[in-house]
Design a protein around this ligand. Structure first.
Ligand code: HEM
Length: 427
């Protein structure tokens, strides 16, 4: 039997708890060819170069595995912009940005901070009278789905349905759960179900527009508008799914990392402003997205002494790039005081995470409130059990014991970073 390659070992769920030594081995060959023809890229400079290279495509129709058996399109749902190249990508991303963020809607995400603080505190209030909590199921999971539903204008009572759709979608990002074409077909199936629901929701918002993204996209009259109904549904489905598991993992990885670094946890209780660099360091040190696996190259690309031939699939190991000692001094050290922390946690280039402002605010609110309201929190198991997915990596459960839950008044630190941002913005 042949020895599995380093990349195969990374995909093996047995190595999920600590893939970092394997990433270090992988970086010894910055661009490595797998037996199936995939080129695995693991060093910071090379990953960043490819993320900015117009010869690299995110469109699955260019992926070699699909050349002979293109997936059936989900009925009525075209590909969403994460799976498109320019110019279609840029047009749809711009249309989605207008009702979401600067320059047209600058206050939308920051304006959610007080509401997110309330939701966070409400979730933590439910921990009272117990001494053990699962940070994943009881906290990290409900928060992002509630947030994205509010942003999109999804009624609260429909939220449980999104857990199912988001979970099923996330499973299709796991390269160990079938061939690329099978996963793409399954993804289309789920997207179609979600799309049918969202179509009804869009009808309702078209009749009575509210202050939400779906209404904003429906009523937009700016350049390149309107978005077709199909594109609107694909965009809404993408936003629901892309921000779900990723943010769950950021919060869960965040709490795990804080409990492993009690000095930093303690600092966070007394230095509210620490949360801003701390979240950036988390995105580098324990990122929710470890791999990007759905790109292929449109022309021969020479990189790090290797030629990636036209048509080849590539896998970009973001989490290995973020521990690259040529880019980050002492990369295996969790150091929230790190300067110049230009990590790859949200990707880079034209597909840089659209939801980054929201994800940042969610984590900046959630972690300080958790840190200050849980009295004497302790990990029950280290390492915790992990989900098998090597792409979106995070604990399946994170059991934490604690002595008591502190009242909100003693712990209302969640709003302070915003004040700091405002102070900085206004001198
Ligand atoms: C901590 C949480 C998150 C992490 C770590 C994360 C990470 C990423 C990464 C690495 C990419 C690049 C994908 C690529 O280049 O193919 C990306 C893209 C994207 N993310 Fe996030 N994400 C997070 C939260 C969110 C949230 C909350 C939303 C929705 C509100 C969201 C929506 C998107 C979208 C729409 C794209 C595609 C952007 C494009 O193609 O132009 N993400 N994200």
């Amino acid at each position: 039997m042949t020895q599995p390659s380093i990349y195969e070992q990374i995909l093996d769920p047995a190595n999920r708890a600590n893939p970092y030594p394997l990433y270090a081995e992988l970086r010894e060959t910055p661009v490595a060819r797998e037996a199936d023809g995939t080129y695995v890229v693991s060093t910071y400079r090379e990953i960043a170069a490819l993320l900015h290279d117009p010869r690299v495509s995110s469109d699955p129709r260019n992926h070699p595995e699909l050349a002979d058996a293109p997936p059936e399109e989900a009925p009525g749902l075209p590909l969403s912009f994460i799976n498109l190249d320019p110019p279609a990508h840029d047009r749809l991303r711009e249309l989605a940005t207008r009702p979401y963020g600067p320059p047209c809607t600058p206050g939308r995400v920051e304006g959610m901070r007080p509401w997110l603080t309330e939701v966070t505190n409400h979730l933590i209030d439910n921990f009272t009278g117990r001494n053990r909590v699962d940070i994943v199921d009881d906290f990290a999971y409900p928060l992002p789905v509630t947030a994205i539903c509010r942003l999109l204008g999804v009624p609260r009572e429909d939220q449980p349905r999104f857990h199912h759709w988001a979970d099923a979608q996330v499973e299709t990002a796991d390269p160990t759960t079938g061939t690329f074409a099978e996963r793409q077909r399954r993804r289309n199936q789920i997207t179609a179900e979600l799309g049918a629901y969202l179509n009804g929701l869009a009808d309702a918002h078209a009749r009575r527009p509210g202050d939400d993204l779906i209404s904003g996209m429906l009523t937009d009259t700016g350049p390149h508008a309107p978005m077709s109904r199909g594109d609107l549904l694909s965009t809404a489905a993408l936003l629901l799914v892309a921000g779900h598991e990723t943010t769950v993992n950021l919060i869960a990885n965040g709490m795990l990392t804080l409990l492993r670094h009690p000095d930093v946890l303690d600092r966070l209780r007394h230095e509210p402003d620490l949360i801003i660099p701390l979240v950036e360091e988390l995105l580098r040190y324990e990122p929710p997205v470890h791999l990007l696996t759905s790109r292929s190259v449109l022309a021969d690309i020479d990189i790090a002494g290797t030629t990636i031939p036209q048509g080849s699939p590539i896998a970009l190991v973001l989490a290995a790039g973020d521990r690259d000692p040529d880019r980050f001094p002492d990369p295996d050290r969790f150091d929230p005081d790190r300067t110049e922390n230009v990590h790859l946690g949200f990707g880079s280039g034209i597909h840089y995470c659209f939801g980054a402002p929201l994800a940042r605010v969610e984590a900046q609110v959630a972690l300080p409130v958790l840190a200050s309201r849980l009295v004497n929190p302790r990990l029950v198991a280290d390492p915790p059990p992990y989900r098998p997915n090597p792409t979106l990596r995070g604990p399946r459960h994170l059991l934490v014991d604690y002595d008591a839950v502190a009242p909100v008044a003693e712990a209302a630190v969640g709003v302070q970073p915003r004040e700091r941002v405002l102070r900085l913005a206004h001198g």
